[in-house]
Design a protein around this ligand. Structure first.
Ligand SMILES: [Zn+2]
Length: 316
């Protein structure tokens, strides 16, 4: 059996694990990222984690490790392993993380690949999660921001300059809400966590009847209120589903993927509040695409990051 090491580099934690070719995870580890200590110190910690996993793997007689993959949020230049920028690492600009980690690994003779975390997530879901059996998939992660990834013929599609797959910045409303990217009306400006809260607060301010308190509000509370039958909250989720469907309609017409996989904390709103609205609106809007496009929740949950990262080894 072949194994690869996957590392999910987040702003708070470095999560890592060993993925077997059959999709089974073992030797999981979580260490603090300690962002403030800078890129070099983080590279050191990543390298230490890699060595610890190799040690654990050897104890369990899992010796045939073929490579290491690392996923991180932001614009990652996969060819060179450079983090152009990352929302998790403010101030980082063109940090050559692959070189740093390689230096820290000393003479370790294993290939190392770095890519965007959502690209990795879609790859992981395609091989071992919600997209098993498919070749072409797109993915969205609905969290603080809305991440995207595209996998074509079972490989991540990077585009000409590594910026492909920014599906969260598909415009769904030309003169709409201001997005963090500088544009107006991006999907992220409607389906990102903060934006869902702000849209709710706006409707409360307009005097719509609700049990929700405008003060401290989270998407989870909005989902709970909706489940309890609160009309404003139900409407917020229906609208959110509609915006996601508008984006997916364009994406389906451009790429014709077999499946769209949707993960992240916001996707936990689930079938009744979110997914059924996405599918309904998507069906209304798309051309009659033979074979259609499945729209499903991600399956790998908290493991998606490092399963995907470990799959980067096979992507290359
Ligand atoms: Zn945007």
């Amino acid at each position: 059996m072949k194994y690869s090491i996957g590392i999910d580099l987040g702003g708070t934690y470095i999560k890592a694990g060993l993925l077997a070719a059959d999709g089974k995870l073992s030797c999981r580890m979580v260490v603090s990222t300690c962002v403030d200590e800078g890129a070099r110190a983080i590279a050191t910690r990543i390298a230490q984690t890699i060595y610890q996993i190799i040690e654990l793997a050897e104890k369990e007689d899992k010796k045939e490790i073929v490579g290491i993959g690392l996923g991180a949020a932001g614009l990652i230049i996969a060819d060179s392993g450079v983090i152009h920028f990352s929302p998790n690492f403010p101030g980082w600009s063109d940090v050559p993380l692959l070189n740093y980690v390689t230096e820290e690994l000393g003479g370790l003779d294993l290939p190392l690949y770095i890519d965007n975390d959502v690209n990795a997530m879609v790859l992981g879901e395609l091989h071992h999660g919600a997209g098993v059996g498919y070749e072409n998939a797109v993915g969205l992660t609905l969290g603080t921001g809305v991440g995207g990834g595209v996998v074509i013929n079972r490989k991540v599609y990077h585009g000409s300059w590594n910026t492909a797959g920014e599906l969260g910045h598909t415009v769904v409303q030309p003169d709409g809400r201001k997005c963090g990217c500088g544009n107006h009306g991006c999907l992220e400006a409607y389906a990102g966590a903060r934006h869902i809260v702000e849209r709710t607060q706006q409707q409360i301010a307009e005097g719509k009847k609700t049990c929700l308190d405008s003060g401290v509000l989270t998407p989870k509370q909005i989902a709970e209120a909706a489940t309890a039958g609160d009309e404003l909250a139900l409407n917020i989720w229906a609208e959110t589903g509609r915006y996601i469907a508008v984006a997916l309609t364009s994406i389906a017409h451009i790429l014709n993927p077999q499946i769209a996989i949707i993960g992240g904390g916001i996707a936990a709103a689930g079938e009744n509040l979110l997914f059924q609205h996405i599918r309904e609106e998507f069906t209304k809007r798309t051309m009659d695409i033979p074979g259609g496009m499945e729209i499903v929740p991600a399956k790998l949950g908290n493991d998606a990051g490092f399963v995907g990262a470990a799959m980067l080894v096979y992507n290359n």
